[in-house]
Design a protein around this ligand. Sequence first.
Ligand SMILES: Cc1cc2nc3c(=O)[nH]c(=O)nc-3n(C[C@H](O)[C@H](O)[C@H](O)COP(=O)(O)OP(=O)(O)OC[C@H]3O[C@@H](n4cnc5c(N)ncnc54)[C@H](O)[C@@H]3O)c2cc1C
Ligand code: SF4
Length: 561
Amino acid sequence: MQDNNTFDAIVVGSGITGGWAAKELTEKGLKTLVLERGRQVEHVKDYTTTSMPTWDFRLRGRVSAEDEVNYPVQSKVYAFNEATRHYWVNDLEHPYTTPEDQPFSWIRGYHVGGRSIMWGRQCYRWSDLDFEANAKDGIAVDWPIRYQDIAPWYSYVEKFVGISGQSEGLAHLPDGEFLPPMELNCVEQKVKSGIEGKWPQRRLTIGRVANLTRAHNGRTPCQHRDLCFRGCPYGAYFSSQSATLPAAAATGNMTLRPDSVVESILYDEQSDRATGVRVIDANTGETTEYKARVIFLCASTLGSTWILLNSASDRFPNGLANSSGELGHNLMDHFYRVGASADFEGFDNKYYDGQRPNGVYVPRFRNVWDKHPDFIRGYGYQGGASRGNWKRGVGENGMGADFKDAITKPGPWNMGLQGFGETLPYHENSVRLNPDKLDKHGLPTLFISAKFRENEAKMKVDAMNAAAEMLEAAGGKNVSTYNREAPIGHGIHEMGTARMGKDPKTSVLNKWNQCHDVPNVFVTDGSCMTSASCVNPSITYMALTARAVDYAVKELNRQNL
Ligand SMILES: Cc1cc2nc3c(=O)[nH]c(=O)nc-3n(C[C@H](O)[C@H](O)[C@H](O)COP(=O)(O)OP(=O)(O)OC[C@H]3O[C@@H](n4cnc5c(N)ncnc54)[C@H](O)[C@@H]3O)c2cc1C
Ligand code: SF4
């Protein structure tokens, strides 16, 4: 570092991918500036509600009418409530626009740690079923990597993160470096037997989750409280705060600046390199420039794409590194809110210990071995079985000691399976800058134009029916199905808009997450994705980030950047 504003590397964003970039860059000896647009959230100290009992909340944890006004998008997320509100962006303060008939849910957390504090922690490897999908279907562009390119990096990040799970030996859902699995409860075991008995190729397994089932890398095992979305005082689930940022800080090479909104990347046409970033102080509005030899964009899918779009120059009039014209296009997500549930009898004398912060997973089975006539790609299910609690008494007619006595006893068993399905990379699903709608810093906001299309609609119907069929086959009673409308984005797995590819004419990033056009800029969050798979994506972002840093530092040492 030569002066206060010059570093070896700059990382934009401190969420799941920014934390990883910071850890890897600093551990390789680079003086690294981490710029985060939101406030500081200190591990443990700032988890202000982490152990508050429900009765200490004004609304007993519910979403208030006022919150529905200020957080019209965020408050629809299952994890948003009175206990977690402080982690979500105020939608009114951070606007974006969409076509009237195409709502998009942009779910965000602007603070140190990003959504690593509020994520659901489900971690599944991709396989070549995913990496080869575009090429086989003749859709969009081919991935420039295959499973063997990323497999060692999955292992690398999993060993650090700590993921509990059960090895299953499935080629299309590869096993990882697992800590001991959590247990299936009695009804989940019954449903597993029912499904696997009738369809030997299908599987039900315990969720693969970044919650520790034993002490790991100095972090404490999970206490099964199921309060993770408030932040964990034990550091028992993976977040930037509990894992990557402390590792980066321990090197002495990290400078973390919260409240620093990266407005654009500075580009020098002569050297054809980025030279740094321009930052607006979120509190004072003051502008500062920081310089570095390499820049990692980890500001989340739409955050990073916004920065690139907002970094236009004579050389790149449509956004930095956008000679392909693909920047902002091919936005994807996963559909969900579709599935079935059923009651299970015969287990009234059984219960479970604690509140397991995890469910079950049924890996994809469509278009794996046979071709489905109605759609391409597939879906997996997340779900679980539990007993009804006292809340089943709400809305029921009843009073007196007998009624109270009845609702304090465990209720009937119910098991649900909810589908998460792949969205195709449609060029038309896109984002662009909207100069007519500025944010509080006077910066253009995003116009997001995207929707699910025919393939997703057909897959949803199949996911609903297949869930019901499996629960019925397992002995479920009162099977009910649902297929609820939810805007694209609501799956919180937004991906694409700066895709990887082999050809600079049709993709923004190469196989190392490096901009084809500007070699010292790397983009390693979900914007890099070329297709969406149907599994939760964050472990793949982590593996790609660690892999990209390894490459970038080697390139720096070879004087190639
Ligand atoms: C309720 C919920 C459940 C989820 N469950 C799962 C799950 O089970 N499994 C899974 O794989 N994924 C899950 N996800 C998604 C997961 O959280 C994201 O995929 C992941 O956090 C993406 O990492 P990221 O680093 O790209 O973005 P983030 O973690 O969102 O971090 C981006 C950071 O960049 C900062 N930033 C943005 N713009 C700028 C700027 N201009 N300047 C400076 N800083 C900026 C933001 O403030 C933020 O801190 C879930 C998300 C939520 C909300
Ligand atoms: S359930 Fe486990 S990981 Fe989640 S907050 Fe509680 S102890 Fe932490």
